[in-house]
Design a protein around this ligand. Structure first.
Ligand code: TYC
Length: 123
């Protein structure tokens, strides 16, 4: 279901008389301001890792287990997909979580002197 953001709607209602607390643009009419609270789904971002010729396969598997909560089997599957296709998805997150994951992976790869690249893209 598609939904907008928070919307303040003004409803024009016909009054029985003019006694509406001075909220009336004209005699016998009132403007009632109501704030409708609507939920807004956050934008989602894919976190991707890129293939290179130097990062050890075991290191990539470790990254997927440590930062993306993958079990050994799916970590291996994702790593091999990246190895064979050049790029692969580690997970899908809201903006700040995705940003944090990218930083964690890039920092950890750098600390271990591997050229592994990690990026995020809007879904
Ligand atoms: N291509 C690397 C190798 O042969 C392995 C690798 C896989 C590197 C995935 C990066 O994101 C990557 N050692």
């Amino acid at each position: 279901m598609k939904n907008g953001g928070d919307v303040t709607k003004k409803f024009v209602a016909r009054m029985q008389n003019g006694e509406d607390g001075g909220n009336s643009p004209g005699r016998g009419t009132a403007v009632i301001t109501r704030t409708k609270t609507r939920t807004k789904k956050p934008s989602l971002y894919r976190v991707l890792i890129l293939n290179d010729d130097y990062t050890p396969m075991e290191f990539v598997i470790h990254i997927l287990e440590r930062f993306f909560q993958k079990d050994r089997e799916s970590a291996t599957r994702i790593m091999l997909h990246v190895h064979n296709h050049g790029v692969g998805e580690c997970g899908v997150y809201t903006f700040e979580v995705a940003e944090t994951k990218v930083s964690q992976v890039m920092d950890f790869a750098r600390q271990n002197q591997h050229p592994l690249q990690c990026v995020m893209e809007k879904k």
